[in-house]
Design a binder for this molecule. Structure first.
Ligand code: FES
Length: 113
């Protein structure tokens, strides 16, 4: 891997995907293909999973970080449509405003990571 490629990879946005007690639970969200969600997000972002971030009522949580100053918490990412919209938005650099489907899911958590 050369320095240019390494830099490009490191500048990719991050998607922190909660996989705690509720997010990632097939019992709570039988409609979600969790493996595919990670796979889809991995095509546009560096994906890391987290334990519960104390926002279970909004599961499934995805935190997108475009850079050190710009991050977004999204809740109820519970469908292929919302995952694909999120992938498209991340892939487009997180242009603002986000698409309405995603804008409705963005929230400000009590305890930011
Ligand atoms: S399991 Fe995701 S917020 Fe609790």
């Amino acid at each position: 891997m050369n320095a240019t490629h390494s830099s490009a990879v490191n500048s990719r946005p991050s998607a922190l995907v909660c996989r705690g007690c509720c997010c990632g639970s097939s019992r709570k969200h039988p409609e979600v293909d969790f493996e595919k969600q990670i796979e889809d997000l991995s095509s546009v972002a560096r994906v890391r999973t987290l334990n519960c971030v104390n926002e279970c009522a909004r599961s499934n949580i995805v935190i997108v970080r475009f850079d050190r100053k710009r991050s977004f918490w999204l809740g109820e990412v519970n469908s292929d449509a919302s995952t694909l919209a999120l992938c498209g938005w991340i892939g487009a650099g997180g242009v603002e405003p986000p698409p309405p489907l995603l804008e409705a899911k963005i929230f400000m958590p009590d305890n930011r990571l």
